[in-house]
Write a new protein. Structure first.
Length: 173
């Protein structure tokens, strides 16, 4: 909340969400997939931790992936192994995929991936992360609203700075 109120832009906020989810789950990798320009695709925009660079920018089909299933159904998905062809570049460990859903729409999905051979996520951890994802979706929505309604700050010479107030791509669903 502090980051949102301080004006952190959406990419920074998403990185904070992924980092905090990774810490909460005690896992090597957390990532966020958002709707891509193609309405049938999701793109992994934020990946924090081990192998994050391998999946950042990866696009997956909504209808043929675990990420897409969680996004479309608005239901969390847990698997013992991330056995998804679209995520084949990752080590096969337990995965928990959580929709970033506000009740009015799904903004994206948050996923945490455990180490290969690790036990599936406990019900307690899954519940905490589900609540965190719910809160995070609302913060994302709030960040978009704060950005859209922020007054222009006066420049040093007295002229007004015109800000780009177009809604971010994330809200186009």
């Amino acid at each position: 909340m502090t980051a949102v109120l301080a004006g952190t832009r959406l990419p920074g906020l998403l990185a904070l969400v992924a980092s905090h989810a990774r810490t909460m789950a005690h896992v090597p990798l957390a990532f966020i997939a958002l709707p891509a320009e193609d309405p049938n695709m999701l793109r992994i925009d934020v990946a924090v931790g081990t192998d994050g660079e391998r999946i950042r920018g990866l696009t997956v089909r909504r209808g043929r992936s675990m990420l897409g299933r969680a996004f479309s159904t608005r239901r969390a998905l847990s698997a013992r192994i991330a056995a998804d062809q679209t995520l084949s570049v990752l080590p096969a460990g337990p995965i928990l995929i959580l929709p970033l859903e506000t009740g009015e729409g799904t903004r994206g999905v948050l996923a945490v991936l455990g180490r290969p051979g690790a036990e599936p996520f406990s019900p307690r951890t899954a519940r905490q992360l589900l609540l965190f994802a719910d809160m995070s979706a609302r913060l994302i929505e709030l960040a978009e609203g704060v950005r859209a309604t922020a007054p222009a700050a006066p420049a040093a010479d007295g002229a007004h700075i015109v800000r780009d107030l177009r809604p971010p791509r994330l809200t186009q669903m």
